[in-house]
Structure formats: structure tokens, C-alpha cells
Design a protein around this ligand. Structure first.
Ligand code: PMV
Length: 362
């Protein structure tokens, strides 16, 4: 009863930030639908980083307690009580479903430096749900797996799938699940993650999300997000980068407005986040000014500016969204404001979602 799985993190284009108050909070039922891109590093993009988590779990009579470890270059680190509680939320639900009460050992490993500001609970819980259900021989489909991954971390439900994904908020454990809306090659988009801070954030999303309802802007954000999720879904399917980019950027700002005005207030940005935001907005403005001139036949195409957008999750690091063919121009734009190559991670939509693999970590 041993299995291993891989999973990628995802970046939300329409964000999840708030749990439904009509359901027990441990179920992580969201207040609105969200949409994301599961992401992988672009091969050969001179980066050592691979956005993958690998997890191995074994259930056995030989274990008399549940244990979990994070494998790092400096050795295995045992998960603390709070982390084990989250891990057990997923595994307990799967054990109950399989009617198994054996204890487990699990080891998880991120294929990127753990302190790189890239650690993601999404890939971790997607990989965990996938290998645990396989070890327990539950034969779950992706939709069911996304429900179990959600119990560990809401965003993990979306990392079960590759490409572009919608998490339907639903109103119960059975109706709140993620599904793929488009394969990776159906929408032309790429991104550069600018690593502004590699450290651990002060307030985890799991905690910060509890304050969303205290912001006076939250009801508006929920209502708008619902409308934006419909618009972005349509735009992704139509390969309409402009609509996806501009709505994603607005949705990110709505979420951060809620964060900054909640009680206690949450400020996930730092000055360099704002520096990148300004650079993206200015570079885009140039592109559109240029674009207007091109339309009037005055200027040659492509000399100035770039069509790019930004989005930021619960932390200071920022994703600059662009078309695939503009990835190097985006890198140059970041370089202009002092972001070094080593702090850039070039990503694209992942081909695959979470999957079982043969290689075990122990
Ligand atoms: O499910 P969590 O705890 O990883 O929260 C995710 C929150 C955001 O990353 C800010 C938004 C999102 O939808 O991924």
C-alpha cells in the first residue's frame, strides 16, 4: 500500500479568497468560482527550478503513528503538528472512504529550493491526494481527487488538472470540485515569476483567508469575481489574451483591496512588488499608445512597449503574464528595473496535472 505522485502549482487568474459561511470551514468551500493555470517551468529556459512536488505515502501495520517529512538537501524535516493536521484532513477522509485504519508514513519533496518563495500548498496537497488515494486503491477520477485535495488547501483542487482549470464553488463537499476547461496548448499564454522575496510569508493564505469577510469590499469582490470567472472562461476558450490579462489583473487588485482592508489588514506586497506593477502598467501603456499610432499608420509595429499584465497571489512575488512569443521581451522589461535573471522563473501552462509515478522517495 505504497504510492508516489507528482503535481505542479497553479496561478489563479480569478482568485479564491474567502470560505463560504454556509458550510463548515474545514471543507474549504469558496465564496466564488476561481480559474487558474497549472504551471510548469519552460524547458531550457536556463533555470534550475522545476515547479513540481513529489510525494510518497505508505500505509502499513508496521507504523504505529502517522508521520510526515519534507525532504530537503539538508536532510528530512518532520512536519509540525499544524502541518500534520492539514495533511491528515486529506488522508483521514481518504482512509474513511477506503475503510482502512492503517497508519501512514509520507515524504514530500519540492523540485525547487524550499526557501525560494515558490513553495506552494497547491502542488503539495494535489500530489498527496493523488498518491494516497492510489495507495488505498480507491480508483478515484480527477473530479473526486480535486474534492479531497481541496480539504488540504483550496487551491490544490485546481492542481489536480493540467492546463486551464475552473474550481466550481458548489455548496457542499460533493459539488465543490475542479475541472479542466482547456488544454495547455489551446490558449497562448506564458508568464515570468519575479521573485521579490524568497522567505516565508508572515501570514499564510490558510490563516489570512479567514479575515476576508471583515472587509467592506468583500461582497463586491465576490459578486464581481463571479462575473469575471464567466468572462475569463470564455476569453481563454477564444484565445483572447487581452480580455484574460486585463480581467485577471483587476481581479487580483480586488483581492488585494479586500486583504488590505480586512481586520487585521494584510499587506502581502512589498515596495519591489509595486515597482514591477508600475513597470508592467507603463510598458503596456506604451504598447497601446504605439498601437493607436500603428492603427493610424504613423508608426511601425512592435518598436515600443509590450502587451503584458500582472497578477499576485498571497505574497510579494509577482507573475507577469504575456504571450509565449513575448517572454524574452518580458524578461528585458524586468531587467530594466533591476530584477536579475536568477530571480526570474519562466513558466507556461503545464501539459499534465497530478499523476502517479513509479519512483518512490523511500
Ligand atoms: O488554498 P490556499 O490556502 O492555497 O489559498 C489560495 C489563495 C490565493 O493563492 C491567494 C488565491 C488562489 O486562488 O490561489
Amino acid at each position: 500500500m505504497k504510492s508516489s505522485a507528482l503535481a505542479h502549482p497553479n496561478i489563479a487568474l480569478i482568485k479564491y479568497w474567502g470560505r463560504s459561511t454556509n458550510q463548515p470551514s474545514y471543507l474549504n468551500i469558496p465564496t466564488n468560482d476561481s480559474i487558474s493555470m497549472t504551471k510548469e517551468t519552460i524547458p531550457n529556459a536556463n533555470s534550475e527550478i522545476e515547479l513540481i512536488t513529489q510525494t510518497t505515502i505508505e500505509f502499513s501495520e508496521s507504523y504505529n503513528e502517522d508521520t510526515g517529512f519534507l525532504q530537503t538537501e539538508g536532510g528530512d524535516i518532520q512536519f509540525n503538528e499544524v502541518q500534520m493536521e492539514r495533511i491528515k484532513k486529506v488522508v483521514d477522509a481518504l482512509r474513511a472512504s477506503a475503510k482502512v485504519d492503517l497508519k501512514f508514513k509520507m515524504i514530500s519533496k519540492n523540485m525547487f529550493p524550499t526557501a525560494a518563495g515558490l513553495a506552494s500548498s497547491a502542488s503539495a496537497f494535489a500530489a498527496l491526494a493523488t498518491c494516497a488515494s492510489d495507495a488505498l486503491n480507491l480508483g478515484l477520477n480527477k473530479r473526486e481527487l480535486s474534492m479531497y485535495a481541496r480539504l488540504g488547501s483550496g487551491s490544490a483542487s485546481r492542481s489536480i488538472h493540467g492546463g486551464f482549470v475552473r474550481w466550481n464553488k458548489g455548496d457542499s463537499h460533493e459539488t465543490s470540485f475542479a475541472e479542466q476547461i482547456c488544454e495547455c496548448n489551446e490558449f497562448n499564454i506564458a508568464a515570468i515569476i519575479a521573485l521579490i522575496n524568497r522567505g516565508k510569508k508572515e501570514v499564510s493564505s490558510d490563516v489570512g483567508i479567514n479575515y476576508a469577510h471583515t472587509s467592506i469590499f468583500n461582497p463586491v469582490k465576490i459578486k464581481k469575481s463571479e462575473e469575471q470567472a464567466i468572462e475569463v472562461l470564455k476569453a481563454i476558450r477564444e484565445d483572447d489574451f487581452r480580455t484574460v490579462g486585463s480581467i485577471s489583473e483587476k481581479n487580483c487588485l480586488y483581492m488585494h483591496s479586500v486583504m488590505m482592508t480586512s481586520d487585521p489588514p494584510l499587506f502581502y506586497w512589498n515596495p519591489n512588488t509595486l515597482k514591477v506593477i508600475r513597470q508592467v502598467v507603463n510598458t503596456r501603456r506604451q504598447f497601446f499608445q504605439n498601437h493607436d499610432l500603428i492603427k493610424k499608420g504613423i508608426q511601425e509595429k512592435g518598436k515600443k512597449g509590450l502587451e503584458c499584465y500582472f497578477t499576485v497571489d498571497a505574497g510579494p512575488n509577482i507573475h507577469c503574464l504575456c504571450r509565449n512569443e513575448d517572454i524574452e521581451k518580458t524578461a528585458n522589461m524586468l531587467c530594466e528595473i533591476g530584477i536579475s535573471e536568477t530571480d526570474m522563473v519562466r513558466v507556461r501552462p503545464s501539459v499534465e496535472g497530478s499523476r502517479v509515478v513509479k519512483e518512490h522517495l523511500f
